[in-house]
Structure formats: C-alpha cells, structure tokens
Design a binder for this molecule. Structure first.
Ligand code: 13P
Length: 278
C-alpha cells in the first residue's frame, strides 16, 4: 500500500520512534528495503534521490515500488529525496510519488521559503506531502553527496519557515553529516530541542549512516520522526560483495544480484530496529 508521509510521521511523532527513509538506486535496493519492512512489519520510506536519475527514471521507480509494495502488509511511502529542480518535483508527482523533498538549502532563506511554499501548494492539491530543508550538512567519508558546509538550523527561522510554507516535515541540521563520520560526531541536541520547542511538525534527520545508537535515541526523543540512510547501505553492500568475489571469481551476475538484496537488508533491518528501539 502506497501512502504519503502524513499519517506515518504523525504516528511516529506520537509514539516516539522514527521511520527509516532508505535510499534506493535499482531493483535490488528497492527489493531489499521492501522485504525488510515486510519481515519486520514496520512502515518504511523508499527514497529515490534526484541524483540517481541516471540509474532509473521516475516512472520506472514508481512502477517497481508500486508493484512490490502490493505484496507487503505495511505502509510504504515513495519519496523523492534531495530534489533541487521544480521540473523533477512535478514529474515525480505525476509519476505517482507520494512525497517529495524540495532541497532549497542552497538558496537564501527568503528564496527557499518562497520556492518551498509554491511546491507545497501544488503538492498538497494532489495529496502529496513535502519535506524541506533549513541549514546544511557537510560531507563525511564515502558519501555520494556534493561537498557542503555545515550550517546549523536556526530555530527562529525554522518557526517562521514552517508557519509560512505549511510544509509537512522539516529536515534540520544539528551536526550529522552526509556519509560516514571522519571523527567523533558532534551532534548538538540543544539546537534540536530549541527547534522542537518552536515547531510541532515532524523533524527529519539526514545523514543517518554511522550515527551512534544513543544519539539516534536522543534525537527521536526530541522530535526526529524520519531518519535518512544512504551511504552505509552502499558501502556495506559493496564491501561484502567485494569480499565474496575475492574468494570465488566465478560468480554469476544473478547471484551477485541476490547478494546485493541480502546485504542491503542487513543494513536496513539494523537501522529499522534501532529507530524503533528494538
Ligand atoms: P547518509 O548518506 O549519511 O546516510 O545520509 C543520507 C541522507 O541524508 C539522504 O538524504
């Protein structure tokens, strides 16, 4: 069943857990994410980033996710992750995505607000939820994201932004990075608490990979309801397949495909359990 983020995140917000938003790039990653959700009986967000349009087009992503989601009993949201292009947002909505992220974090506050509000009014007219971002994350190791400068989210700006855009979820910058941490993570829970005290919509934590469990729990306790994981899915799976290929060089590609699903599931299930405090 495909749903938007509304009820999923509202429920997570109330029950103090977070929904995993896992990045996919091909059939195997989609299958791995959906099988994990089905086996753990938990809702899930399948996230496809604008960056991966060279791997799959939006209609194909929708067709595969919609077809596989029909066979599982838990709610699934199909979310466009980190999208800077207005055209791609509209194309994703037309393709059947139930949720979109407009990433206006590189614009000025006013420009981000204006563009986000415009997208919210279009998306809401057809029942699609919108995530926006305020502040910016830097890049750690093994990430596929562009280099970025860490800018912590300003709680007062967040309050004004949410009020004026009517966005459904807000990605905040509190010290996580896109990719694996180069040293000790420096997460500022104080900033998160200040944001949470001013706004009442679900907050999103980008840069989930490698974030310590205790930090994840503290973030969830203080208002984070959606956590994004990308780098670790790719890094772990590639390393495992590399190891397997070293010991047996005669692997058939069909077996490599099955291995990919298996290792994606190991990472996704680890994080799903962590986000639910299992
Ligand atoms: P990581 O690559 O650090 O897991 O971050 C993922 C992310 O935030 C995708 O939007």
């Amino acid at each position: 069943m495909l749903v938007n983020l509304s009820s999923m995140l509202r429920d997570a917000h109330l029950k103090k857990h977070a929904i995993g938003s896992f990045n996919v790039y091909n059939f195997e990653t989609i299958k791995g994410v959906l099988e994990s959700a089905d086996e753990l009986k938990k809702p899930v967000i399948v996230a496809f980033g604008e960056k991966y349009l060279g791997n799959m087009d939006l209609n194909t992503v929708y067709a595969v996710v919609n077809s596989l989601a029909k066979n599982i009993s838990t709610p699934v949201a199909l979310h466009l992750d980190h999208c800077k292009s207005f055209e791609h947002i509209i194309q994703a909505i037309r393709a059947g995505f139930t949720s979109v992220m407009f990433d206006g974090s590189s614009f000025s506050f006013g420009e981000n607000l204006r563009k986000t509000a415009q997208i919210v009014s279009i998306a809401h007219a057809v029942g699609v939820t919108v995530e926006a971002e305020l502040g910016a994350l830097s890049r750690g190791d093994y990430s596929n994201e562009d280099e970025g400068k860490q800018i912590y989210t300003d709680p007062d700006q967040a309050e004004e932004f949410v009020k004026k855009t009517e966005v459904d979820a807000l990605a905040v910058s509190i010290g996580t990075v896109h990719g694996m941490y180069k040293g000790e993570p420096k997460i500022d829970i104080g900033v998160l608490k200040a944001i949470s005290s001013k706004i009442d919509i679900p907050l999103v934590l980008h840069g989930g990979s490698g974030t310590p469990e205790a930090t994840i729990k503290e973030c969830i306790y203080n208002g984070i309801c959606k956590i994004n994981v990308n780098t670790e899915i790719s890094m772990y799976t590639v390393n495992k397949i590399k190891e397997a290929l070293k010991s047996d060089t005669n692997y058939h590609l069909s077996k490599v495909s099955l291995m990919e699903v298996k290792y994606v599931k190991e990472v996704v299930k680890k994080y799903m359990n962590m986000f639910y405090g299992a």
